[in-house]
Design a protein around this ligand. Structure first.
Ligand code: GLU
Length: 311
């Protein structure tokens, strides 16, 4: 059994991220599995080594240790390009020149059928060679999208239960040449032997896409557990404006461990617990199926920023 936590090193981990990491780790340790940490630093602009070091230090302080070396996606582009080449050889990818704005406009235009949130409306799927050349001449750079046919996927999620969702023409390579998250994540989870994926339920709608990619590439499908997000007292996704949301300001770390443990039904809010204590008590049946309202426990923040601490 292999579990994992795969943060993007784009900022300080906030309590929601730490809670997800803790659950992933607890579930792995209860099963005597290996726990992998993978840095999803595909985006060279938003990712940094400084954040990576800080995130690993925060996890360690909480007691979330890992086995083996920390793998960085930025060092594995060759593996992702091989996978894209295989899809391409099977005629399963096409260039897409759309800007975000064009996609938004096309998706909101009336067309008599309903589309999943954020789904690509298929504008470039049937571009003529002539139009393609014209767009290239205009200096547009193409992303690569997967050619799909409205397939639907079903799976049993440990937390969310039975989930069904549609597959769309997901981007496999961004228009700056960087392999896309959905592609990289299935390649890595397979190559690293990951058998259980615990992550936030903001990614629930991406899971059918990832399962479809796994099938096309002949990769393994892990068991999924999507945790409801941490929210502030106002019900909005936890962010800096909700107050002390990182280990830097919500500490001391022992108190944060107790806070997270109590949010998982494993201890009292003020009970001193070690990470090992939590392993002994962990059970999926205790993990709440509803969002964790962290906001009520937090000190007021010093910044008025509404930006999330990290993705
Ligand atoms: N890197 C993603 C994030 O930080 C998580 C991806 C995953 O767990 O599959 O949101």
């Amino acid at each position: 059994m292999h579990g994992r936590f795969a943060p993007s090193p784009t900022g300080r981990l906030h309590l929601g991220n730490l809670r997800t990491a803790l659950v992933a780790w607890l579930s792995t340790r209860v099963q005597h599995g290996e726990f992998i940490v993978r840095m999803e630093d595909l985006d060279p602009v938003t990712s940094s080594r400084r954040h990576e070091v800080q995130q690993l230090a925060d996890l360690a302080a909480l007691g979330v240790d890992h086995d083996g070396v920390v793998v960085r996606q930025s060092e594995r582009f060759g593996l992702y390009r091989d996978a894209i080449a295989r899809l391409s050889a099977d005629g399963l990818v096409y260039p897409c020149y759309c800007t975000r704005r064009e996609i938004r406009e096309a998706a909101s235009a009336p067309h008599g059928w309903s589309m999943a949130d954020g789904a690509y409306p298929g504008t470039c799927r049937l571009l003529s060679e002539q139009r393609r050349r014209q767009l290239e001449r205009e200096g547009r750079r193409a992303a690569l999208r997967l050619r799909t046919a409205g397939q639907r996927m079903e799976f049993d999620d440990i937390v969310a239960g039975r989930v069904e969702g549609a597959v769309d023409d997901v981007v496999v390579q961004r228009n700056d040449g960087v392999p896309a998250y959905n592609l990289a994540v299935v390649v890595d989870d397979h190559l690293q032997g990951v058998t259980e994926v615990v992550r936030g339920d903001d990614l629930l709608s991406s899971t059918p896409r990832q399962m479809h990619l796994q099938r096309l590439l002949g990769l393994s499908t892990p068991v999924y557990a999507h945790l409801p997000l941490a929210v502030g007292a106002d019900g909005e996704r936890l962010a800096k404006r909700h107050g002390a949301v990182t280990l830097a300001d919500a500490g001391p770390v022992d108190a944060v461990r107790s806070l997270l443990g109590s949010s998982l039904g494993l201890c009292d809010r003020d009970e001193a617990v070690t990470a090992a204590d939590l392993v002994e008590r962990f059970s999926w049946s205790r993990v709440p199926r509803t969002p964790w309202v962290a906001g009520t426990d937090l000190a007021p923040g010093d910044s008025g920023s509404t930006e999330a601490a990290t993705g």
